[in-house]
Ligand binder design. Structure first.
Ligand code: ADE
Length: 224
């Protein structure tokens, strides 16, 4: 899958994705990440990309013309499954959306800054608006990195253990059960004996019960 990210701070996105599973997906050729510097489409000697908001109020707005030129150039060359704008007023990102997007061939992510982007760009180009939670970040870059990380790890072959994405929290509508590794006894705290039993059916049953209990306690909303 190919992901193009338009941003004023592409280093934030690349820093977050150049380690661990996302970097491995890129190294294996399963994923490609293209960072597009919006400033290159800025206007005048200062390559300006923002302007004052009509109607007043604080903060700056990312203007139509640089974004329009940048997006036109990308859309002329490529076709996208979705053009995504990261914004706190978007639809809340979740695992089903990650699963669906990970099946796409090519995505375009647009990171806003300041007070956001001119509404006309959203109206003209954007097909999906995503929020990663009910809080406001300084820009869309960290949100874009969160979204891309969640997609790249789902690509077949990105993880060493092929089954591991399936056992993630949320994949079956439940939080993941607790996990343990060696030693068997640590500071008088033992590993639950069922995990040492070698009995696969018992272990699966225990994990499911633990996942249910954890979800009931921590995220009852998920069971509604
Ligand atoms: N940009 C700023 N805050 C954001 C959020 N919570 N989700 C997505 N994009 C954002």
């Amino acid at each position: 899958m190919i992901v193009d990210v338009v941003s004023l701070f592409p280093e934030i996105v690349s820093a977050a994705l150049s380690h661990s599973i996302p970097q491995r997906a890129i190294d294996k050729g399963l994923a490609q990440l293209n960072l597009i510097q919006l400033r290159d489409y800025g206007q005048g000697n200062y390559r300006r990309v923002d302007d004052y908001p009509y109607g007043g109020g604080g903060g700056m707005v990312m203007a139509c013309e640089p974004l329009g030129q940048c997006l036109d150039a990308l859309l002329e060359k490529n076709s996208y499954d979705e053009v995504i704008y990261l914004s706190p007023d978007g639809a809340r990102f979740n695992q089903p959306t990650a699963n669906r997007l990970s099946l796409g061939k090519r995505l375009l992510l647009l990171c806003g800054h300041y007070k956001g982007i001119d509404q006309r760009i959203r109206d003209r180009y954007v097909t999906l608006e995503i929020s990663i939670g009910d809080y406001v970040l300084s820009g869309g870059e960290l949100a874009a990195a969160v979204v891309v990380d969640s997609l790249f790890r789902l690509l077949p072959g990105a993880m060493s253990d092929e089954t591991s994405a399936l056992t993630d929290s949320f994949q079956d509508g439940l939080l993941a059960p607790p996990v343990y590794t060696r030693p068997e006894l640590w500071r008088e705290m033992p590993v639950p004996s069922v995990l040492l039993s070698g009995h696969d059916a018992e272990i699966s049953k225990w994990r499911h019960e633990q996942a249910l209990e954890r979800t009931r306690l921590r995220r009852p909303d998920m069971l509604d």
